[in-house]
Write a protein that binds this ligand. Structure first.
Ligand code: C2E
Ligand code: CA
Ligand code: CA
Length: 702
């Protein structure tokens, strides 16, 4: 038996049991010894009474009295030696006859064996016999009670009187000791019970205070080792060693939790490097790498590779209507269906919020790509049952092929995207990129080249479109819009050249040019002492996310001695799709320079209303596409209402852009939109006209 094999609880129970047995044994022994002592002292008393009488009798004998006198004196000694009410001496002779019996003189002369009143005369006789052989003897006899009751035990002592035929005896009723013993037993029992109770109580306290906490700690430690870290350690507030242990363990648990969290995060990040967390499909980067691998594999033989961009229609409307969660469910289900449809050799990925990409590893023959596209679209269009509603989505496909449409992954990816957009424009299910490449590509290439010379040759200028505050009916701000006067093609819309600049890497230079031009313009107005409203600058996400953007911004405006509180930056939702904590930090740093921030084209990207909550921005600009249809589309109205409500809840101002009709304006006014911008109120104006407008008092109708 090894003690360490038993639990603390069992050890405690063992200890208590030993204690209880010990206490019981001790008190029983004590009781037993005290019983013995009492009996012995009684024995001593009767023996000494008998012996002192015998010595008296001996001295009688020495007096050599005549027989009759001797007997008389003998009787006197026996009769007079009563040492208590019921205790007396009696004399027997060697034939078992009573010689003197002061209590019952009628027995004198009678033999014990003839006594009727004695229930067990043989016990008596046996005792006498032993007395004769041993010269003295202690034993018990059954003797009638003095009150006439049934016979009871009597402890008897007898001794032979030396050199005579007489035996002197006496006895005490054992019954007399009963009450004494009972009393004693009762006090022993009481003390034992009290000690037992105290011991059990102490054991309970130890159990509660020591054993149970230790058991709990060890249970929790076991849980911890099994990976269950959810429960905080108890007893951490205790001041003793258990508290110390609990605090140490709690600290340990927190470390484990932190490690686990970090590990999950790392795993998550590793996962995110290659996969879309929602659909668990390849992400854009992994898709690019897959394409690259395929290109390498097929490079020598120039075997064709097909890449499809699957662009979902109107997904953003669904998102706004049903929420991001439901949209994700739709995408997950769609991904599942497509995987089922496709050969496992194909690579399916999610390229953006609203588009998938598909790389065909074993491409079908040219004619069957059409039937594959068809079945992909049919699969996507099958209704999807969500919790409460059934939805149906549709998509457009843009298809590129290697080597025809490009030899780089980004070319295949980008052109497939262009083709998908074109398919939507032409209301076709799918389009092969080569069907649109001539017109698009060539024009673009030319523009790319022109753009960089345009920057050098100052072919750009700015126009200003005022934004009106609906409460004060006054221009509150002006959005700066870039204009490019192409020497041959004439004015080109920024909607065309800004995306081109973004793709070609020229955008930073372009944004830098605009910031500089705005700073210069503000300086002119400041010098003229013209009170001008806030100036809103469109900024590409690429420039904004540059690490040194805020420093550049500051230095440009410092150079013209213009305070940045005059400036607002318009960022599109696309920028906000970035990793949340990174974008929060960036926004905070940029806002520290004094600029305010507004979210442009709100509703077109896939960033959600809920995401805006955690971003430090000042305004939201509802995208023009929602305003266009405001009068006719109840759905758009609902979206606009929702955006306004949410923005106000977040203390953000709402701008409606692209307001073209009185009707739209009055609806927006009714919905408590704060700021409006659009052709109805003012087109983008050249500087001189804008300055003139600042002098006017403007009243907005509608
Ligand atoms: P945006 O930021 O959404 O700018 C609003 C666009 O809507 C402007 O087109 C403006 O002229 C137009 N607009 C304003 N009110 C109305 C209206 O009532 N009806 C209609 N149909 N259109 C209206 P614009 O100037 O062609 O600019 C197009 C886009 O080019 C801008 O969209 C912005 O994203 C980008 N952009 C313009 N200037 C710059 C710039 O300086 N830097 C950068 N990075 N991007 C710019
Ligand atoms: Ca804008
Ligand atoms: Ca806009």
């Amino acid at each position: 038996m090894q003690l360490s094999n038993y639990s603390i609880r069992n050890k405690l129970i063992g200890l208590v049991t030993i204690l209880v047995i010990g206490i019981l044994a001790t008190s029983s022994l004590a009781f037993y010894f005290s019983y013995q002592d009492t009996t012995n002292s009684k024995k001593e008393i009767i023996r000494s009474v008998v012996q002192s009488s015998i010595s008296q009798i001996n001295s009688l004998k020495e007096q050599q009295l005549p027989d009759s006198e001797y007997l008389k004196q003998l009787k006197h000694v026996v009769y007079s030696t009563r040492y208590s009410e019921l205790e007396y001496l009696y004399l027997l002779d060697n034939r078992n006859r009573f010689v003197f019996h002061p209590e019952k003189p009628e027995l004198e002369g009678l033999s014990i064996s003839t006594l009727k009143s004695v229930s067990h005369p043989e016990m008596f006789l046996e005792g006498i016999e032993k007395t004769v052989t041993n010269r003295s003897n202690f034993w018990t006899i059954m003797w009638p009670r003095p009150d006439g009751g049934p016979a009871i035990k009597k402890l008897t002592y007898a001794e032979v009187i030396p050199n005579t035929e007489f035996i002197l005896a006496t006895g005490i009723y054992l019954d007399d000791l009963g009450p004494l013993y009972l009393k004693r037993a009762a006090s022993y029992a009481t003390i034992t019970v009290i000690v037992l109770l105290v011991a059990i109580f102490a054991a309970l306290i130890i159990s509660r205070n020591l054993v149970q906490p230790i058991i709990r700690l060890s249970d929790q430690m076991e849980d911890l080792s099994r990976g269950d870290m959810g429960q905080e350690f108890q007893s951490i507030l205790r001041q003793d060693e258990i508290g110390k242990m609990a605090r140490t363990l709690e600290h340990f648990r927190n470390n484990l939790l932190e490690n686990q969290r970090l590990k999950h995060m790392q795993e998550h990040f590793r996962f995110l490097e290659s996969f879309d967390p929602v659909t668990r499909l390849y992400n854009r980067q992994a898709m690019g790498e897959a394409i690259e691998r395929e290109i390498l594999r097929n490079h020598e033989n120039q075997d064709p590779i097909f890449f499809l961009n699957i662009r979902f229609d109107l997904l953003r409307n669904l998102t706004i209507e049903l929420g991001e969660e439901q949209r994700d469910l739709i995408l997950i289900e769609t991904a599942k269906r497509l995987r089922r449809l496709l050969n496992f050799n194909h690579r399916l990925g999610r390229l953006s919020e609203g588009s998938f990409g598909l790389l065909l590893l074993n491409p079908p023959q040219d004619d069957s790509i059409d039937s594959l596209a068809k079945s992909i679209l049919e699969t996507i269009e099958k209704p999807i049952q969500l919790d409460t509603v059934q939805v149906q989505i549709s998509a457009r496909l843009g298809i590129t092929s290697f080597p025809e449409d490009g030899e780089q992954p980004f070319e295949l990816l980008g052109r497939a995207e262009l083709a998908a957009k074109e398919a939507r424009k032409r209301e076709q299910g799918w389009i092969m990129f080569n069907a649109i490449r001539q017109t698009q590509d060539e024009q673009k290439m030319e523009l790319w080249q022109d753009l960089s010379t345009a920057l050098d040759q100052d072919q750009f200028h700015l126009v200003f479109q005022p934004l009106f505050d609906l409460n004060f009916n006054a221009p509150l701000a002006a959005e700066v819009l870039l204009r490019w006067n192409h020497p041959e093609r004439g004015p080109i819309s920024p909607a065309v050249f800004v995306p081109l600049a973004e793709q070609s890497g020229l955008i930073s230079r372009l944004d830098h040019w605009v910031l500089n031009a705005v700073a210069k313009q503000c300086r002119v107005w400041l010098d003229k002492k013209l009170p001008f409203p806030k100036v809103a600058i469109n900024l590409s996400g690429i420039s904004f996310m540059r690490a040194d953007f805020e420093d550049k911004l500051q230095s440009i405006f410092n150079a013209h001695n213009v305070n940045l509180r005059h400036i607002e930056l318009e960022l599109t939702e696309g920028v906000l799709i970035e990793d949340l904590s990174r974008i929060q930090e960036k926004l905070n740093r940029v806002r520290k320079t004094g600029v305010s921030i507004s979210i442009d084209d709100f509703g077109t990207g896939y960033s959600s209303l809920s995401r805006i909550k955690s971003l430090p921005v000042d305004n939201i600009k509802i995208d023009k596409s929602f305003i266009d249809d405001l009068e006719n589309s109840p759905q758009n109205l609902k979206i606009v209402q929702a955006i306004i409500l949410m923005a106000h809840g977040l203390q953000l101002k709402v701008v409606a852009e692209g307001v073209e009709t009185e009707n739209q304006l009055s609806i927006l006014r009714k919905e408590q939109c704060n700021i409006v911008q659009g052709y109805l109120l003012s087109r983008p104006l050249p500087v001189s006209e804008f300055e003139a407008l600042l002098d006017e008092d403007l009243v907005i109708e509608g």
